[in-house]
Design a protein around this ligand. Structure first.
Ligand code: NAP
Ligand code: ZN
Ligand code: ZN
Length: 348
């Protein structure tokens, strides 16, 4: 077994603290990765606080992992020692259901194995994430990071990047599409960059005016404040697609009125409580409301290559591990521009 230093939540609502555990030795098809950086996703906070239920403690969060391959199993074909690699939200899946066969492991009908707070296929090992020095992962769930991307700024692509890229592709965003991004946080700022690179006209829908200049710099053509009632008049029936990244409860019905006929709102944010919608909000314009979960491994590699080609990375604030609890509090106040990334060297 391989000893690992990490930070873990030991119980709901307790601050994260240092934790030591062991990773498995790489098997035939496994890659051992020395982790350099790990992004901090709002999902880490939801799970540390058990807001979705079912949290397993001690929990080492983190699913925006980048680092270098330090060892490979004898059957590994895609990677060699020294390669720059990433791991996102999944470390395994059943590999034989129809979703897995179509490269949509995130919708695995038998449940994919989450990078942390999940259970390995042995039915007993609880997975632990990237707020740690090393991770052992099957090569089929490891991604190649394009060499031109700075590693720390590339980390958030592994969740925030793919989670926004996948619906933009699925809903066929192209030059001229009118795309709104609700919530300019980790996911939101990646959605702006990616949709703009796909040629869309991007509008940021934020709760305040504070991020307006940033939105323009990130690639948004327009910016509107959702606390301002005039926004709902000005943009009524306007958008083809709304990418909703908001992590808290809001009045969804009101926002659905911003969709053009046949437009779709895709829910990415996962607030802890359900939200009510009146049928009229959809019927009026043959509108749709949908959801989307991260992206498959093949599409994640496609997204990384797209980011390599367009030089797209995340805007980050690099923090040492011991600042994680403070970072969570700041994330709750939307006080992050736009992703915290942990420098894992600070745990070693
Ligand atoms: P984040 O960085 O905290 O960003 C969330 C943004 O939502 C904030 O920046 C803020 O934007 C807006 N917001 C927060 N509270 C709000 C409120 N009460 N009313 C209106 N807007 C509010 O979080 P993130 O990491 O991007 O994650 C966003 C959500 O997506 C989380 O729920 C996370 O669990 C979920 N998620 C889902 C998937 C998936 O596969 N579907 C993957 C990753 C994460 P403004 O400051 O612009 O108002
Ligand atoms: Zn995430
Ligand atoms: Zn499957």
């Amino acid at each position: 077994m391989i000893p690992v230093n990490a930070y873990a939540a030991h119980q709901t609502n307790e601050p994260l603290k240092p934790y030591k555990f062991e990773r498995r030795e790489p098997g035939v098809n496994d890659v051992l990765i020395d982790i350099d950086y790990c992004g901090v996703c709002h999902s880490d906070l939801h799970q540390v606080r058990n807001e979705w239920g079912g949290s397993k403690f001690p929990m080492v969060p983190g699913h925006e992992i980048v680092g270098k391959v330090s060892q490979v199993g004898s059957g590994v074909k895609k990677f060699k020692v020294g390669d720059l690699v990433g791991v996102g939200c999944m470390v395994d899946s059943c590999r034989h259901c129809s979703s897995c066969k179509e490269d949509l492991e995130q919708y695995c009908e038998n449940g994919f194995v989450g990078t942390y707070n999940g259970t390995e296929k042995d039915g007993k090992t609880i997975t632990q994430g990237g707020y740690s020095t090393k991770i052992t992962v099957s090569e089929d769930f490891v991604l190649k990071i394009p060499a031109n991307l700075p590693l720390d700024k590339a980390a958030p692509l592994l969740c925030a990047g793919i989670t926004t890229y996948s619906p933009l592709r699925h809903w066929n965003v192209k030059p001229g599409s009118k795309v709104a991004v609700m919530g300019l946080g980790g996911l939101g700022h990646m959605a702006v960059k990616l949709a703009a690179a796909m040629g869309a006209e991007v509008t940021v829908l934020s709760t305040s005016l504070k991020k307006k200049e940033d939105a323009t710099r990130l690639g948004a053509a327009k910016y509107a404040v959702t606390k301002d009632e005039s926004t709902f008049k000005e943009y009524r029936n306007y958008f083809d697609l709304i990418i909703n990244t908001v992590s808290a409860e809001i009045d969804l019905g009101k926002h659905l009125g911003l969709l053009a006929r046949d437009g779709s709102m895709v829910l990415l944010g996962i607030p802890d409580k359900p939200e009510a919608i009146h049928a009229f909000n959809l019927i009026g314009g043959r509108r749709s409301i949908a959801g989307s979960l991260i992206g498959g491994i093949k599409e994640t590699q496609e997204m990384l290559d797209f980011c390599g080609k367009h030089n797209i990375t995340s805007d980050i604030e690099l923090i040492p591990m011991e600042k994680i609890n403070e970072a969570y509090e700041r994330m709750l106040k939307s006080d992050v521009r736009y992703r915290f990334v942990i420098d894992i060297a600070s745990i070693k």
